[in-house]
Design a protein around this ligand. Structure first.
Ligand SMILES: [Zn+2]
Length: 215
């Protein structure tokens, strides 16, 4: 009984005094990160390409967001994945006026998925989907071609690289789809996916992402 009580007390004390995962300063229990780190997160202004195509980025791809993404990609840090996913949901949810019917993460090719073990875009989109009360699913679109990294190609070859890179796995019973990726997706990839969805009856396609490069 005594040891149980001590354990509980220690657990409570750990929770109340948890350090901020970004700067190690003390943070309140009900906050993911401390107020100073939250205020300092690099946030781009919201913008809309046209009224029918909303593009939202939660953050700029710079410290500390860049470091979190790299730790997720290369160290497969689950704690960092959950932290960044919650931060994305907090940042994007208030900006989304026209809620999508489903969030579809940009798919990875099976080879890359096997190598990495998880699709980080799917993991990062889950709390946002939860906050918007819509499903998030990778069951609809498949990457059928292991495309070369877009950044390694000249602009003229990028469109060719992604054409026919994706295929629909089953009919999409949704009117409004939001695609989601961890970092900026090239215009060519986004255009190809948007066209694929619209060809199969989706009326509206938006795009949300964790981070875009700092220009
Ligand atoms: Zn902090």
């Amino acid at each position: 009984m005594y040891s149980w009580a001590m354990t509980l007390k220690q657990q409570c004390s750990t929770l109340w005094h948890s350090p901020c995962p970004l700067c190690q300063a003390q943070r309140p229990l009900n906050q993911l990160i401390c107020s100073a780190c939250w205020a300092a997160l690099p946030t781009p202004p919201a913008f809309t390409l046209d009224p029918d195509f909303t593009v939202l980025y939660a953050f700029y791809y710079t410290a500390p967001i860049r470091e979190l993404i790299l730790k997720i990609k290369f160290a497969h840090s689950l704690a960092d994945t959950q932290l960044l996913a919650q931060l994305i949901a907090l940042r994007l949810t208030p900006q989304i006026q026209d809620k999508p019917d489903i969030i579809i993460p940009v798919p990875l090719h099976q080879q890359r998925l096997r190598k990495r073990g998880f699709n980080q875009a799917l993991e990062l989109a889950k709390p946002l989907a939860n906050a918007l009360d819509c499903p998030v699913s990778t069951a609809f679109i498949q990457r059928i071609k292991a495309t070369k990294a877009q950044s390694s190609l000249p602009a003229a070859e990028r469109m060719h690289n992604v054409q026919q890179a994706f295929a629909l796995l089953q009919p999409i019973p949704y009117r409004h789809v939001a695609l989601f990726d961890d970092v900026l997706t090239t215009g060519a990839t986004l255009g190809t996916l948007k066209q694929l969805l619209q060809t199969h009856g989706v009326e509206r396609v938006d795009f949300y992402a964790c981070a875009r490069p700092l220009l």
